[in-house]
Design a protein around this ligand. Sequence first.
Ligand code: ADP
Length: 620
Amino acid sequence: MSNEKSTTHAFQAEVKQVLDIVAHSIYKDKDIFLRELVSNASDALEKMRYTQLTEKSVFEPERALEIDVSTDEKAGTLTIADSGIGMTREELVENLGTIAHSGTKEFLRKLQENGGGNENLIGQFGVGFFSVFMVAEEVKFFTRTWREEGEALCWTSDGNGSYTIETAGEALPRGSKLVIRLKEEFKDFSKKDKAKDVLERYSKYVAFPLKLDGEKLNTMQALWLKSKSEVGEQEYKDFYKFQCRAWDEPQDWLHFSADAPLAINSILFFPTHNPEAMGFGRATPEVSLYCRKVLIDPEPKNLLPEWLRFMKGVVDSADIPLNISRETLQDSTLIQKLNRVLTKRVVKRLEERAKKDPDAYAKFWRDFGNYLREGIATDFENRDALAPLFRCESSILDAGTLTSLPEYVERMKDSQKEIYYLTGANRAALESGPYLEAFKARGIEVLFLYDGADDYVMGQLGSFKDKPIVSADSADIELADAPQTGTGEPLPDEAMKSLCAWFAETLGKEKVVECSAGKRLVDSPAVALNPDKFMTATMRRMMRMMSKDAGTESKPVAVKVELNPRHPLIRKLDALRGSNPELAKLVAEQVLDNTLIAAGLLDNPRGMTARIYELLGKLG
Ligand code: ADP
């Protein structure tokens, strides 16, 4: 046959970058390319098995499903053949010429910015097939699709920028055959013993006959169908790498089977690396769905809730009908039921882990907490179960020590009815702010939240064990009287009332909604409180930012102000408004701005600077 259909294609830019990293680096462990390729062959066979069940006609229906690896020491080649689904011309371009993962570009840019040392992270998005170029001088990928109508094709590349696709010179059986011409320094892989060494480690997870130079290697059927006691730790780790194409170690796993309400055999892994770290795009579900060892869907939608998209593993349910389309399956009540059972198991596992090994759990929370935050905010059904898994710092614990809502409630005094929290950039900001002192003086614990989403999460949660969760900057918190501190005599109630009325009137309704004598204040002269319980300071800051982005003038925020009757400045201010009303007004304005700064709500400091100069000018 002629090669009239030979075409040359440039790799997508991202692939070039990946190839560059792969070629010039990185992995000390070159063996893994073989694991990746056998894993690809196994995937292609799994897909073939499913295709045979669902399609009326396929090419070579009688052909056995198996993998054939052969070595040729003389030629310095290693060949991996499978009788899987094969590929069409379009699929070759799509699958071996591009990287489909969203966020790849951004990820690669960051990887480059950060310089060396991080390359192992690249495995996160399955450099998979391309890892062959660590050891290959040239690769020929022969393939014939499972469809009756199909071409025998040959894809060739040396991994340097481009590849060609041409019609293969002979008819091909169904599936793929990868011929790797090895680089001089990796010729070892063309020796049978070397190839056997590597293959034996992973071959046991291959669910199809695997041959090396005609000799059958040991394979084992589905690890997830075994009982836990039969599987060792190393086996789980190897299985994770092989089955889930993972490059990290799992930090934990959950192997279980159930008969009711559904038949399930499952192994779920918690990865060590957060797949969305470093700006890498949104993770896709990587828990594949099987029915009696037949792969139904490698990336089933709705099998797990969105917020568990970082999990990897296998779920096998004998209850899944094989002839149902993936689309129908995704929306079926069966998937919903599986989802419910699996989610409960995962949550329970996390609970157990938090109890048994709080430090490991704290680390998990730091790396993966955002997924759980998302779960609390969006997964109504599991919200109550997830709430105890939330972690944060607290006013009464050392920096860096995390606590939970159940622990907080445990420590609450009988008289305390609500759970208090403050949000801010960091601990120092919250400790030096004006809101904490009232709680501190009364010995009340306040949770410290630093994540931008925490405010929203707390709002969604609303309460925990029937105790309302309240932002400590909201105005309508009733605190018991503080123990007396400071030496100053307080302004009498009447004087205070009149001062507050004057303060509110002088500054105007659009700035001060209400002013009163503060029960909460200890050291500060005044504090701005949030008049709207449902609109915390963080949310206001966000809204202001949004209105700025939209180019609209943001309205100054109106707050509720509390003045401290014991504070010398407030006592002086009361006297001053009789003796020098003009100066008193300036001081009042400055006091208000100071409270807004502390609340992070001051929009425009320009007016303030002018005022301070004016005040300074009145000195002496
Ligand atoms: P991944 O397997 O993680 O998707 P790879 O780079 O290893 O990434 O492979 C890219 C794609 O090429 C696979 O998703 C698959 O569609 C296709 N592919 C690779 N090897 C084979 C094979 N032996 N048979 C059929 N298709 C294959």
